[in-house]
Design a protein around this ligand. Structure first.
Ligand code: FAD
Length: 335
């Protein structure tokens, strides 16, 4: 006997998008208040923010990305990218949800039962959107989260204004990693990430900021799992960071998370409506994710080369030629 039509664990980019696209009796569980404890630099294509009805959260929009590899190159973006306010984004979606929201840590899953610190709840459709820890998936398979496939990033929001996005591959700033400056009006989110998952990178961030006569404030961040994981664990749909949906090399997770969340929600809706069985739906979701495997492994290869502080020729070419850059960006967006 099900308590809910669907149970979603985690209420950030993945969980909110899934909940927003299902009609039914839904339970959405997160351990923290929705829209709090931002980890991301929150930059994505403006079209994504339009698609999810969160244009109101935009802080600044850009048509140029400056690549520092380490030579500086201006790349004209094929689609504008915006930085946005995480709290506003999450609260905009949460405000229109009909789902029941429960603030409580989730501990795992057993059959059709989701185990939380506020009791256990049953559903045929269970979706793990708990981020890199993949709390439900991990409770079903111990090795699900591979520690050697985690990138670690931190950033600080400081008083620095700019009209361009900046992305750095420069061993002088961070070896085996990347850095960024993402402006948000009168301030900027300035951060760096270690592809090797090194967590002691505050000193490098401090140095990077010092070079701009800035000091770190309110540092936040976390892990980004790179490389697709199993999209289905037992009877659980894995979505967003829990399934390794961020793209290797750039660690762009919001756009792919929204894409896979909507696909997952469509399938779950079919199951709730009785048009598909759970088994069929899980298989269909797996196929959708598997179709993207080639693109992800190509980007993973590229990241492997960046890990040796060697910028691949494709990126250099894309940065130098306007036509090649546009083709490269279109191909990237298609992954
Ligand atoms: C420093 C940094 C900068 C980044 N910048 C960008 C960027 O600019 N653009 C971009 O596209 N991507 C960026 N990313 C990646 C992007 O943030 C992630 O891919 C994205 O957040 C994935 O969304 P998600 O909903 O799957 O996971 P998360 O956003 O991690 O959300 C997981 C949710 O699950 C909840 N949760 C976790 N454990 C439990 C539990 N036990 N019980 C209940 N709830 C739980 C959490 O509280 C959280 O709300 C960045 C990542 C980092 C670390």
């Amino acid at each position: 006997m099900s308590d809910y039509d669907a149970i979603i664990a985690g209420a950030s980019f993945a969980g909110l998008t899934v909940a927003d696209n299902i009609d039914g009796d839904i339970l959405l569980v997160d351990r923290k208040e929705i829209g709090t404890k931002q980890t991301s630099a929150c930059a994505t294509f403006t079209s994504v923010l339009e698609e999810v009805g969160c244009k109101n959260s935009i802080l600044q929009e850009f048509d140029t990305l400056v690549l520092h590899i380490p030579e500086e190159r201006n790349v004209e973006l094929v689609e504008p990218i915006s930085t946005f306010d995480y709290e506003k984004y999450c609260k905009t979606i949460a405000g229109r949800l009909k789902a029941k929201i429960l603030i409580s840590p989730v501990n795992g899953v057993s059959g059709q039962t989701v185990l939380t610190e506020s009791g256990n709840f049953n559903s045929e459709c269970i979706i793990d959107c708990t981020g890199w820890r993949a709390v439900l998936g991990s409770s079903l398979g111990k090795g699900y989260v591979s520690r050697d496939k985690l990138v670690f990033g931190i950033e600080s929001e400081v008083n620095y204004a700019d009209d361009k996005l900046h992305f750095f591959i420069d061993p002088e700033i961070i070896p085996c990693g990347a850095a960024w400056i993402f402006p948000v009006g009168s301030k900027s989110r300035i951060g760096l990430a270690s592809y090797a998952g090194k967590t002691e990178i505050l000193q490098q961030l401090t140095q990077f900021l010092k070079g701009m006569s800035l000091d770190p404030e309110d540092v936040h961040g976390g892990y980004i799992p790179l490389g697709l994981r199993e999209p289905v664990m037992g009877n659980v749909f894995m979505v967003g960071d829990s399934a390794g949906h961020a793209t290797p090399t750039v660690g762009e997770g919001i756009r792919p998370t929204v894409y896979f969340s909507k696909e997952c929600a469509r399938i779950v809706q079919n199951i709730i409506d009785g048009d598909k069985t759970l088994k069929y739906g899980l298989g269909e979701y797996r196929k959708i994710v598997d179709r993207k495997k080639r693109g992800y492994s190509m980007l993973m290869n590229m990241q492997g080369r960046l890990m040796n502080d060697h910028v691949p020729e494709t990126i250099k070419k894309a940065a130098c030629s306007r036509i090649f850059s546009k083709l490269f960006q279109r191909m990237y967006i298609g992954i």
